[in-house]
Design a protein. Structure first.
Lengths: 302, 275
């Protein structure tokens, strides 16, 4: 059984088509990284899953049931863009209101538990409007985690979080998928962070899913290369291009990348023989971010 | 299959859902300064009407517009066509201010993004309509009560007469309080339609609260009992010559309009994007 199964989903805003036949499968227990440019349809998809928008056509199923099913909906935790809180109420009261909405039995204990999880116990009495952006995101996560949800839909949850906040968020999300058998659909532009936790990926463009893959598949799709620096990069590139078929500069133009070399020592020896001294060399692999950028720019991705 | 059996989705009953929603809304109502501000406004209105209104008689002498305190609660008889301000300025004004309060109350749900959280876990839009209608009716009923207290105090202060048929007065007050439910449902409905446009929702509440449409209809139909089926008509019907029939009429009209507006509002929320 899949946690989310979407088939041929379309959504029109007047003349504008936000989703054009999106098909997507989120396996149960996965952390699904949902990636795409601004305006690609990520938030629209998430809002439809959460029942905030009506699809123009298509099918959305959550745990094999229609997405509007009342049983399913009470088991969804969401953080769409920012948490929906009353600015003049305290953090505690805002989370308590959500606990009441969820008909939780031990509201106070539950609120204490989620506040502890997001390390916000000390700020419970603060007014929501006085919280920093990072704190607000944590409150949003706390609200989403109330009542042990089976499905978490998180839209840009790590926006505004500092390095420690991101680490905490990573730990929380990884833990709840293990302990609570929770499935997480998470969209973020911070791909480096996403890469550390996601087990599955879906890349959307122009309202259509262009790639869906597991983290292992991504790993296999990302080519390894030898990155090197020398004192004369122009001549080095010229020389390497004669021997190897794919030699490229990296984005920052700091390193030369040789994609089809088997061993680093072969490259060093070849350059040394041609009076080029290699100052730095390493074997590396393209990551999610680069994979995504290449895909978006229609560059070759193995 | 093993995984499927481990997933238990609880189905909250209607009572559990509405209880949760009402708890949140009552909490919000009692914890928003807005509610107390409008209660104070409702109490001040009669003082302003009694103490500050006057009219010049044909002899050129300036006299108070109201000589009897209870005229500030309701008109002497159900006059649907407003021919002078004294017929209009009574407890019905609570419903105009109540409309603005409802707009702000519901507007906050959307402005704060609270509805995102709410509608994700509560797919039944009828619960939202019902809860908001009940809360807003309660708030307006409270405003009617503070208006009554304000009226009594003002009457004592300016020394206006208190002579009245007590039975009719009670029927009139109860009738108007009952009408809070109908008015609340109308305002909730209007605010659902204009939920994305805060200023328009306030303007629409004010427009409908003043009963401009029904006054226009009354100008054509005349002082007809048929207007009692409308909210404004029934509010006017609850006057100082009221009897038990007035209360029954107000009850039927109020409940009928609540049901109609709740069904329409639920339909709109079900068929359109909520956020």
């Amino acid at each position: 059984m899949n946690a989310i199964e979407i088939k041929n989903l379309t959504k029109n805003y007047g003349e504008k088509q936000a989703l054009s036949g999106l098909t997507m499968t989120v396996p149960m227990g996965s952390i699904y990284g949902f990636i795409g440019e601004n305006g690609s349809g990520k938030s629209t998809t998430e809002k439809i899953i959460c029942g905030l928008l009506h699809p123009t056509s298509g099918q959305v199923k959550l745990y094999d049931k229609d997405y509007t099913d009342i049983d399913i909906r009470a088991s969804i935790g969401v953080l769409i863009e920012s948490p929906g809180c009353y600015p003049n109420y305290s953090v505690w009261n805002n989370i308590m209101l959500q606990a009441t909405n969820l008909h939780l039995d031990n509201k106070e204990d539950e609120v204490r538990k989620v506040l502890k999880l997001v390390r916000m116990e000390g700020a419970a009495s603060n007014k929501f409007k006085n919280c920093s952006l990072g704190m607000k995101q944590r409150i949003g996560i706390a609200m989403a985690l109330l009542g042990n949800p089976k499905l978490l839909v998180l839209d840009e949850p790590i926006n505004g979080l500092d390095a420690d906040g991101m680490r905490i968020m990573r730990e929380i999300l990884t833990d709840i998928t293990k302990d609570q058998k929770c499935t997480i659909l998470i969209s973020s532009h911070i791909l480096g962070e996403l890469e550390k936790i996601a087990t599955h990926y879906g890349i959307i463009r122009g309202g259509k899913m262009i790639v869906e893959m597991t983290a292992d598949e991504l790993d296999k799709s990302c080519p390894t290369f030898i990155a090197l620096k020398s004192k004369n990069m122009t001549k080095t590139k010229e020389l390497l291009s004669k021997k190897y078929s794919k030699v490229l500069e990296d984005e920052q133009k700091e390193y030369l990348r040789v994609y089809d070399a088997q061993k680093a020592e072969d490259v060093v020896k070849y350059l040394y023989d041609n009076q080029i001294i290699v100052t730095e060399i390493k074997t590396d692999k393209i990551g999610l971010e680069e994979y995504y950028i290449n895909l978006m720019n229609n560059k070759e991705v193995k | 299959m093993e995984q499927k059996s481990e997933l238990n989705f609880e189905s909250p009953t209607f009572l559990t859902r509405i209880k949760g929603m009402l708890s949140v809304d009552f909490y919000r109502l009692f914890h928003t300064p807005l509610f107390y501000i409008f209660l104070a406004i409702a109490a001040i209105i009669p003082a302003m009407i009694l103490g500050m209104t006057s009219i010049e008689n044909p002899q050129g002498v300036v006299e108070p517009l109201y000589t009897n305190t209870w005229q500030v609660i309701a008109a002497e008889s159900p006059l649907y066509i407003v021919s002078n301000i004294a017929e209009y300025a009574n407890m019905n004004m609570v419903f105009i201010f109540g409309g603005i309060m409802v707009s702000i109350f519901i507007g906050h749900d959307y402005k704060s993004g609270y509805v995102k959280q709410l509608f994700t876990t509560h797919p039944k839009k009828q619960d939202y309509m019902m809860s908001k209608t009940v809360i807003c009716a309660f708030a307006m009923a409270c405003m009617c009560i503070t208006y009554l207290f304000g009226t009594i105090l003002s009457g004592l202060f300016v020394g206006a007469s208190f002579s009245v048929n007590v039975g009719s007065l009670i029927c009139a007050i109860l009738g108007k309080i009952i009408m809070s439910l109908g008015w609340a449902s109308l305002y909730v409905f209007l605010n659902i339609i204009f939920r994305k446009y805060f200023a328009i929702s306030i303007a629409s509440s004010f427009f409908f609260g003043t009963g401009i449409l029904i006054i226009g209809a009354a100008a054509i139909l005349g002082n007809s009992g048929i207007l009692n089926i409308f909210l404004y008509g029934s509010s006017v019907y609850a006057c100082l010559s009221s009897n038990i029939l007035t209360i029954i009429t107000c009850l039927i009209v109020s409940i009928s309009w609540s049901v109609i507006y709740n069904i329409l509002g639920t339909h709109i929320l079900n068929k359109s994007d909520v956020y």
